[in-house]
Design a protein around this ligand. Structure first.
Ligand SMILES: [Zn+2]
Length: 186
C-alpha cells in the first residue's frame, strides 16, 4: 500500500518520519545531513500509525466563539476553517533564527528550525515535524488534486499540507502557514 492509499484507510496518524542509520550515513555529505542530529526526536521513530487515543496529551477542544476570542481573524480563518495565508506574506518564510515553532492555538511544539529549509514556495517549509506524534495528517480532497492536510494533533488546527517533494533526509515538504504558528527563539 502506498502513502496515499494508507491515508485513505482513514487512520489519523502522525507525520511519517523514517530515517534509518543507513540513510543518515548515505546523506553524510549532504548539507542538510551536516546539521542532522540522529538523537533529534524530529527524525527518530517508525512508520507507525498513532491512534488519537494514544496521544500523550489531552486534546484541546473549543467552540468557534472561544477560538475567535483568542485568535486574530486571519489565525482563526487558517487554523479553524482550513484557510491559506497569502504566499510570501509570513515573516517566518525567511526566518533563520534557531528555535521552535509552536501551534498558535494551543502552543504545542510543531516544527524545529533545524528542519526548516528554503522551498521558494512562499510558505514556511520543513522536512520533518519536531515530533511525529505532535502533527497529524488527513486526506484533503477539497481541490481536484488530492492533498495531505497537516494538523496540530492536540487542537486539530489546520497547519498546511505535506508533499513528497522535499529534501533529504525525509523527502517530505511540510508546507505550513506561518500564521498558524508562533516562534519561540532558542
Ligand atoms: Zn494546536
Amino acid at each position: 500500500m502506498d502513502r496515499r492509499e494508507f491515508l485513505k484507510s482513514g487512520i489519523l496518524f502522525s507525520g511519517l518520519i523514517a530515517v534509518s542509520g543507513g540513510l543518515i550515513s548515505a546523506c553524510a555529505n549532504d548539507n542538510l545531513a551536516a546539521n542532522f542530529n540522529s538523537e533529534d526526536s524530529a527524525v527518530n521513530g517508525n512508520l507507525l500509525a498513532v491512534e488519537g487515543d494514544d496521544l500523550p496529551f489531552e486534546k484541546v477542544v473549543k467552540t468557534d466563539a472561544e477560538w475567535k476570542s483568542i485568535l486574530t481573524p486571519e489565525q482563526f480563518e487558517v487554523t479553524r476553517k482550513g484557510g491559506t495565508e497569502k504566499p510570501y506574506s509570513s515573516p517566518f518564510n525567511n526566518l533563520k533564527k534557531k528555535g521552535v515553532f509552536v501551534c498558535v492555538c494551543c502552543d504545542l511544539p510543531l516544527f524545529s528550525s533545524k528542519t526548516k529549509f528554503e522551498s521558494n514556495t512562499g510558505w514556511a517549509s520543513f522536512y520533518a515535524p519536531i515530533n511525529k506524534i505532535n502533527v497529524s495528517e488527513k486526506l484533503d480532497e477539497t481541490l481536484s488534486e488530492t492533498r495531505t492536510e497537516v494538523l496540530c494533533s492536540r487542537c486539530d488546527a489546520h497547519l498546511g499540507h505535506v508533499f513528497d517533494d522535499g529534501p533529504k533526509p525525509t523527502g517530505l515538504r511540510y508546507c505550513i502557514n506561518g500564521v498558524a504558528m508562533k516562534f519561540i527563539k532558542a
